[in-house]
Ligand binder design. Structure first.
Ligand code: WTA
Length: 648
């Protein structure tokens, strides 16, 4: 028998059917969407596109598929900004709150759909005045303030593509992205509030723009009233331009395949990839998933995605999905520990948040901070919870379920990527019985298979996650590099999109994500996923967070090295490492027992919260650390190196 691509050791028996109280009002209570989509996926998506969006002219072909290049809803025209804003105002919902914005220092703004329309139109006129035309690119480097979605929607209104650059990136990262996109205009702010201080943005733009010949103008929002340099003729204050701009800017219909945005993700090589998303298909799938996965009741819900708009999660589930669906949402500027570690819970209570969407890394941080923090607040308004970004360890899932969801909220664990544009594997919460740690099943209309090394589908067990057919919000390519698009995603398995993730299918057919395949370890010929070992560690009562890597080992090929953060109240004994080694052996099997457990105060993470195992592998193997500039906190290594040197 062939070796399995990834072995499957961890098993989870707890199941959670949709809670009765939830099902009673759920939008979807039966399997009809799945059945409809199975019967004819294209017809299913065509129906969603026509039902969820307002088209200026209907499409005549649902899908043109010339592998790996897709066109969806061909011949149709629509305007994204009109779908996200104008049509709600025209339908008499102009007074409905679109965004309850909460600044970190405690200042607030309430923005209705009518306000949003006014600002989007004005800013679209500002951009026009600066020479921006359909097809141009606009770079956006901003804090989490309302002007950020306004700027994005203004671009969409004109048919200019935005390229949002996360506010934590360095001047060099800005230069690379602006140059790759050849952006004409940059929209930024003086600074944004983080951890109680004004975190400067404009000086980074000034440094970056020393070598970006394409940029003609910079628009600067005054968020923090700091002193910034304003380059004569190039830099303009947002509020000055807006005061003079007309609020009248008719939305022009765009082709369904008009480029909506670029969003850069880092790949295996240094050069980031500009992922391309377009108009009709993208908006259809983000609106569909936002509505049905979050069970949106737009008249009563207050939805909150606690991500940053600088990541795809914010693009799809703060800006485009919720606004297309006419939702009321919360947007928060700052960090979860400012002024106290209960800030998120105080916001949930204040606005009566009904759906909360966040990342496992945040949940593990909340676990570390202790249950006292959420217990200070009334969280009874919550009726659904979501996670995204990484596999969620079953114990983190249980903690979220108990301490945030009060055991009454379904959890949707949503697997997707910048490249997929929208959720792909997750549950419809009124229908699917969940298991802690499993993303459950592909959504209606999505084709997913796990395959072995040779590309043969695996019915049960581990392998590589692939997508078997095009989906409306799929990336349309990598900006300026169609060959790289084909090579990166479509060459490993014939006719399939390879996501780069390992996955397994359990005996009940549930999908379990096992992390990036470059994180799979090979221990004495057994291919074990880092995720499973990490979940076993987090299941121990003393552990808040764990990162596991395979380090080269003369006898076993690779050996498992575990970096562990203990929960706040735990005092480690000298035997603690041994205790955790035995715990893993007991939970998964002796094959997965870590060779070394290193207790650390912190883990290296990207700014989007993903653990950088590559760097931990470098430490474990005694190599110099390469580029650490994408780390959220470059100093975490001082302590990790010291502890690693002490480890047995
Ligand atoms: C991982 C974020 C397990 C995965 C939307 C994927 C997940 C990568 C999950 C994409 C999940 C995201 N369970 N793994 N629910 N969600 N991932 O582009 O490895 O920032 O390939 O998009 O995150 O990260 P990206």
């Amino acid at each position: 028998m062939a070796e399995p691509a990834i072995e499957d050791h961890y098993s989870e028996d707890r199941t959670f059917p949709p809670p009765d109280g939830f099902v009673a009002d759920a939008l979807v209570r039966d399997r009809s969407l799945y059945e409809e989509a199975d019967a004819d996926p294209e017809a299913f998506w065509a129906r969603q596109a026509r039902e969820l969006l307002t088209w200026r002219s209907d499409f005549d072909t649902t899908l043109e598929w010339d592998l790996p290049f897709a066109k969806w809803f061909v011949g149709g025209t629509l305007n994204v900004a009109e779908n996200c804003v104008d049509r709600h105002v025209e339908a008499g919902r102009g007074d409905k709150v679109a965004i309850h914005w909460e600044g970190e220092p405690g200042d607030t703004r309430t923005i209705t759909y009518a306000d949003l329309l006014d600002e989007v139109c004005r800013f679209a006129n500002v951009l026009k005045g600066l020479g921006v035309e359909k097809g141009d690119r606009v770079a956006i480097y901003m804090p989490m303030i309302p002007e950020l979605p306004v700027a994005m929607l203004a671009c969409a209104r004109l048919g200019a593509a935005h390229s949002v650059i996360f506010g934590g990136f360095s001047p060099d990262s800005i230069t690379d992205r602006v140059n790759d996109a050849e952006a004409k205009v940059v929209v930024t702010a003086d600074a944004g509030y983080r951890r109680g201080v004004a975190s400067m943005l404009k000086p980074n733009v000034d440094l970056a723009l020393a070598s970006t010949p394409s940029v003609e103008h910079v628009v600067v929002v005054n968020r923090c009233d700091t002193e910034v340099h304003m380059e004569e003729g190039r830099d303009h204050w947002w509020h000055r331009l807006m005061a003079d701009a007309s609020p009248d800017c008719p939305a022009e219909p765009m082709d369904s395949e008009q480029l909506l945005y670029l969003l850069y993700t880092s790949g295996t090589t240094a050069k980031p990839k500009g992922i391309m998303h377009t108009t009709g298909g993208y908006l259809t799938q983000v609106a569909f998933t936002h509505k049905y996965v979050f069970d949106l009741h737009p008249d009563t819900d207050v939805y909150w995605c606690a991500a940053d708009v600088g990541w795809v999660t914010g693009h799809s589930y703060i800006v485009y999905g919720p606004l297309a669906n006419g939702a009321t949402q919360v947007m928060y500027e700052g960090t979860p520990d400012t002024p106290g570690r209960d800030r998120l819970w105080s916001i949930v209570e204040k606005y009566g948040v009904t759906q909360l969407y966040t990342a496992p890394t945040a949940i593990r941080t909340f676990m570390k901070w202790g249950v006292e923090e959420p217990e200070k607040h009334d969280l009874s308004s919550l009726r659904l919870l979501g996670t995204v970004g990484e596999p969620i360890n079953p114990e983190a899932w249980m903690w979220y379920h108990r301490h945030i969801g009060g055991e009454r909220c379904p959890i949707v664990d949503t697997w997707w990527q910048t490249e997929t544009g929208a959720m792909m594997i997750t549950s419809l919460p009124g229908v699917v019985t969940t298991k802690p740690g499993s993303a459950t099943f592909p959504l209606p209309g999505i084709g997913v298979e796990v395959v072995d090394d040779a590309g043969n589908p695996v019915e049960r067990g581990g392998g590589y996650l692939t997508l078997t057919r095009p989906w409306p919000s799929m990336l349309r390519g990598i900006w300026g590099d169609p060959e790289r698009y084909r090579d990166t995603y479509w060459s490993r398995f014939d006719g399939r999109y390879f996501a780069g993730d390992g996955a397994k299918i359990d005996d009940d057919g549930y999908f379990w994500l096992l992390g990036r395949v470059d994180d799979v370890m090979n221990i004495s010929g057994h291919r074990i996923s880092t995720t499973e070992v990490e979940s076993a560690l987090v299941a121990h009562e003393s552990v808040a967070e764990a990162a596991v890597v395979g380090a080269t080992d003369p006898t076993t090929g690779q050996a498992i090295i575990a970096y562990v953060i203990l929960r706040g109240n735990v005092e480690p004994t000298p035997e603690h490492g041994e205790l955790l080694r035995q715990h893993v052996a007991q939970q998964i099997g002796p094959i997965a027992r870590p060779k070394t457990v290193i207790l650390v105060p912190d883990l290296p993470k990207t700014r989007s919260g993903k653990i950088m195992r590559r760097l931990l592998r470098d430490v474990a193997e005694g190599r110099d650390l390469g580029d650490t500039t994408t780390l959220a906190d470059p100093h975490v290594f001082d302590e990790i190196n010291a502890r690693a040197a002490d480890a047995p």
